[in-house]
Ligand binder design. Structure first.
Ligand SMILES: NC(=O)c1ccc[n+]([C@@H]2O[C@H](COP(=O)([O-])OP(=O)(O)OC[C@H]3O[C@@H](n4cnc5c(N)ncnc54)[C@H](O)[C@@H]3O)[C@@H](O)[C@H]2O)c1
Length: 469
């Protein structure tokens, strides 16, 4: 049944405010001068307070347990004890509660706020981050420290760095939707401020408080665009006028979100050179799937599953569309080809990067995906899988809201994580069956008006067509 309340989208200019949270947490006023510099006048309302909470003292932590995919190969790896996960309440970040050592999650609940502002909801019911962490502790004995605040607030970030002294930081904490960044000026500005300043703050925090700390940063394959030559892993060797050099691979990002990732990569590469920071930039492909051994343990550990036109990713969206009898929405010609990976491989890749840290001053780039598909190929796979389950699946070409090539060459290298030990979980018939069955299980929660794309690249700032005011 369709939910009325989910169909209301309101794209008013963005005015980020502090999230209202339970009063029993300790509130700390933020007085970051950087924030004043970035957000002047009305914009300074972005986040006036930050909130910190710790679930249990670290000394009560349970014994460490083996991790699900990483081979700890170096001495440095075995010294990686404290992992800070920034953005640990999101689709990818919720999962790495599996890390073996001490984990701190640093989270700004802004993603839940976006959903509320746009009238969107996850297919799966997701519990609060607090309940997630408490349930994890009760089932596994493992403690996760939780600090709630904004990485753009350097005062808050400094305190967490000084108290936790991370050996590694996994940075998922960005605004990650290309359509969201293309809604209007305020969202474009928010996306670039949030992502670029947040990452810059993390780099400064590492330099000032934990200079041995390894940064594992989530980038995107979308940084490269779709060049008519093979895509290398971060760097390309070029001979020009008789001279040869290995240079950063050219970037051709196609949204303000993707551009924010390019800016991040440049800032990270520069600080590796200038300050000797050790960093791994994981250029991730499009993630699909939802269930892992951990999330299946209890409903309070369910991961989010976005299927809407703003945050939903291609294969996840197609599975939901098939489950509710909505035609699969292929944008334009459907020849758009990208790298994809199972969410369990996201966890594996991040664990591998942490277990095999970059050297001091090294800026590594790994292309983090396992297979390439065009949108048409995905639609065909979902149609076949749906038919096996007795679903009638149709496909419809809808006008492409994005500015992108719809037929193009695409061949991206992705060997470095495999060399570190990645065992990819490829998209098989059985996996697609189980993903479809999962979406069928929750199909009553689907708001079908969330499905059609509502943000157009060409008409940025225009009221989205398919979204009611
Ligand atoms: N999901 C994908 O298919 C995909 C593909 C390529 C790259 N990535 C990248 O992986 C990372 C994680 O993606 P995801 O799908 O989990 O996104 P998500 O939106 O589900 O989670 C991101 C989390 O970061 C938090 N966050 C945002 N800004 C923050 C800030 N200023 N301070 C602290 N926390 C903040 C959000 O509240 C959210 O919980 C992102 O950097 C994204 O760009 C994701």
């Amino acid at each position: 049944m369709e939910k009325e309340s989910k169909d209301r989208h309101d794209y008013k200019p963005l005015n980020q405010r502090a999230t209202v949270l339970p009063s029993y947490f300790n509130q700390i006023a933020s007085s970051s001068p950087l924030k004043k510099l970035v957000y002047q006048g009305k914009r300074s309302q972005r986040c006036c307070t930050t909130i910190q909470a710790t679930t249990l003292p670290v000394s009560k932590e349970a014994k460490t347990q083996p991790t699900s995919g990483a081979n700890h190969t170096s001495n440095e790896a075995s010294q990686t004890k404290r992992v800070m996960v920034i953005g640990g309440d999101g689709y990818c970040g919720l999962l790495p509660s599996t890390y073996p050592k001490r984990v701190m999650k640093l989270q700004f609940l802004v993603r839940r706020l976006f959903d509320q502002q746009l009238g969107l909801d996850s297919l799966t019911p997701i519990s609060s981050i607090h309940n997630h962490i408490r349930r994890w502790k009760s089932l596994t004995g493992k403690t996760i420290q939780l600090h709630i605040g904004d990485v753009c607030d350097f005062e808050f970030l400094s305190k967490t760095f000084k108290s936790f002294e991370p050996d590694a930081v996994i940075h998922f904490g960005e605004q990650r939707s290309a359509p969201y960044s293309m809604i209007d000026r305020s969202r474009a500005v928010f996306t670039q401020n949030n992502n670029v300043i947040g990452t810059l703050n993390v780099l400064f925090a590492i330099k000032e408080f934990s200079d041995q700390c390894h940064l594992v940063k989530l980038g995107t394959m979308g940084e490269y665009g779709t060049p008519n030559i093979d895509i290398e892993e971060g760097f390309i060797t070029i001979t020009h006028n008789g001279r040869t050099d290995t240079l950063p691979y050219p970037k051709q990002a196609s949204s303000f979100y993707h551009l924010s990732k390019v800016h991040d990569s440049n800032n990270i590469a520069f600080t590796c050179k200038a300050w000797g920071i050790r960093a791994t930039d994981l250029n991730q492909g499009v993630v699909y799937g939802v269930r892992t051994d951990e999330t299946a343990m209890h409903e309070e550990l369910y991961n989010r599953f976005d299927y809407d036109g703003v945050f939903g990713t291609a294969l996840n969206r197609f599975c939901v569309q098939a489950a509710v009898g909505h035609p699969l929405t292929v944008y334009g010609k459907g020849g758009q080809t990208r790298g994809y990976l199972d969410i369990r491989d996201t966890v594996q890749c991040v664990e591998l990067a942490i277990a095999n840290p970059a050297e001091r001053g090294e800026f590594r780039v790994f292309n983090q995906f396992t297979e390439q598909f065009s949108v048409n190929e995905l639609a065909t796979l979902v149609t076949k899988a749906g038919e096996k389950l007795g679903l009638e699946v149709q496909t419809k070409s809808v006008p492409n809201p994005r500015v992108e090539a719809e037929e193009h060459y695409y061949n991206a290298k992705h060997t470095k994580l495999v060399e570190l030990g990645l065992k990819p979980q490829l998209l098989s018939d059985s996996l697609l069956d189980s993903l479809l069955n999962f979406t069928i299980e929750f199909k009553d929660r689907v708001g079908t008006k969330q499905i059609m794309p509502s943000v157009s690249w060409g008409k940025i700032g225009a009221k989205p067509k398919t979204v009611a005011a």
